[in-house]
Write a protein of this length. Structure first.
Length: 398
């Protein structure tokens, strides 16, 4: 959308462009670069909209249709609690919600998330036959083995807390687990999969060889079952992305946290995009990517800036924004300041980085307000919603 006509024409010819003048979101099979750009330009985050029974989800569906969102990130997430897969209502409820969304916005891509964490709950889950088949393995009648997903050298064992570790993508059991999730997500109506922090899960995956082979197998097996015969993959893959030695991206696009920097000299709760935060994304092989507000918790000094002159400042203290994670900081700002900051971020990215797309916050976990930010207009059941629809429509309408 924002690239030069020459680049778009070249890429579309190479990819056998399927976009039609009537529908810039059409794809059946792998989307062309221009169609992918169109989707990323209309991306929002709605954590667990398919599976969490929070109040007034009808308002979320109306929100998607009203603002014209075409990509809903993190629509279903799996971070521990794997025994949910044993509950048929968890999948069936997600399928019903997906159908309701697609009834009012049929082009919208919903995304499921395979994160960099798993727990001992996984041993309650029976491995489906399709997971073995997707990897070309003989089918076995058994449950997952927690120990078999771990790094053999002990890296990241109990990394999150006792009994919650980072899996190793090189292990067959990890690939069986991810394929199980991808199959469930496709059944739910998802056409996108976020692979979490691949820099952790693939830390020892030289040249991304295991990931490359795995994703290729996932495309071959799961794509034919997807709504439009393709599943888009992205990850928090670090500044360099995931490229093979010959320069081919393993992912369809990358994803990256915003990395907001507080500016106390400009007033309370003020902040800017961290200078140069997009520079490292260019590297040798430029590639499209999403950025979104990140969340990890609240400091012991909410509402106060960090002392950045302290040489012993921890990593988390370096990236807190006024003592909050990015999502919570965004929520606690006064309405006008919040809307103006979203305008600033959108325009800055649009003007400075043709490969970058801002994923708008819609439903996000935060550290205040009972743990949830909602972008719908306030309702009787959700009085603290922040009504971001008008400003998002304004920006997307420019």
């Amino acid at each position: 959308m924002r690239r030069t006509a020459a680049i778009i024409l070249t890429l579309c010819i190479a990819a056998a462009c399927t976009q039609t003048p009537e529908n810039p979101y059409h794809f059946d099979g792998k989307p062309t670069p221009e169609v992918l750009d169109n989707y990323l330009d209309r991306a929002i985050t709605m954590n667990n909209i398919l599976t969490d029974d929070y109040p007034d989800r009808d308002a979320d569906i109306a929100f998607i249709a009203d603002i014209g969102a075409k990509f809903v990130g993190r629509a279903v997430c799996m971070w521990g609690g794997e025994k949910r897969l044993n509950d048929p209502h968890w999948v069936e409820g997600a399928k019903e919600m997906s159908a309701r969304i697609h009834a009012v916005s049929p082009e919208t891509v919903l995304q499921g998330c395979c994160f960099e964490a798993f727990s001992r709950d996984i041993e309650t889950v029976r491995i489906p036959a399709y997971a073995f088949e997707s990897l070309g393995l003989p089918v076995e009648e058994r449950h997952f083995d927690y120990e078999a997903l771990l790094y053999p050298d002990g890296s990241y064992v109990d990394h999150w807390h006792p009994g919650s570790s980072v899996p190793d993508i090189r292990q067959t059991e990890t690939q069986l687990w991810y394929s199980t999730l991808i199959g469930k997500f496709v059944e739910m109506g998802c056409e996108g999969v976020h692979l979490g922090q691949t820099m952790l899960v693939g830390e020892q995956d030289t040249d991304w060889k295991a990931y490359d082979e795995f994703i290729s197998k996932m495309h071959a097996y799961h794509d034919p079952h997807a709504r439009r015969h393709y599943v888009m993959y992205d990850a928090h893959a670090g500044e360099e992305g995931m490229f093979t030695p010959d320069g081919r991206s393993v992912l369809d696009y990358n994803a990256f946290p915003m990395r907001v920097e507080e500016t106390p000299e400009n007033g309370y709760l003020t902040a800017r995009l961290r200078p140069g935060f997009t520079d490292a994304m260019y590297g040798t092989y430029p590639h499209p990517y999403l950025v979104e507000l990140d969340g990890w918790g609240m400091s012991n000094h909410p509402g106060q800036p960090s002392d950045r002159t302290d040489p012993n400042l921890s990593f988390w203290e370096q990236i807190y924004v006024w003592g909050y994670d990015e999502e919570t900081w965004f929520y606690v700002m006064p309405e006008q300041q919040r809307n103006d900051w979203l305008r600033y971020a959108y325009h800055w990215i649009k003007e400075n980085d043709p490969w970058c797309h801002l994923q708008m916050p819609a439903t996000k976990p935060i550290s205040v307000n009972n743990g949830m930010m909602r972008a719908i207009a306030p309702t009787e059941n959700v009085p603290n919603a922040i009504n971001l629809g008008p400003v998002i429509k304004e920006l997307w309408g420019e």
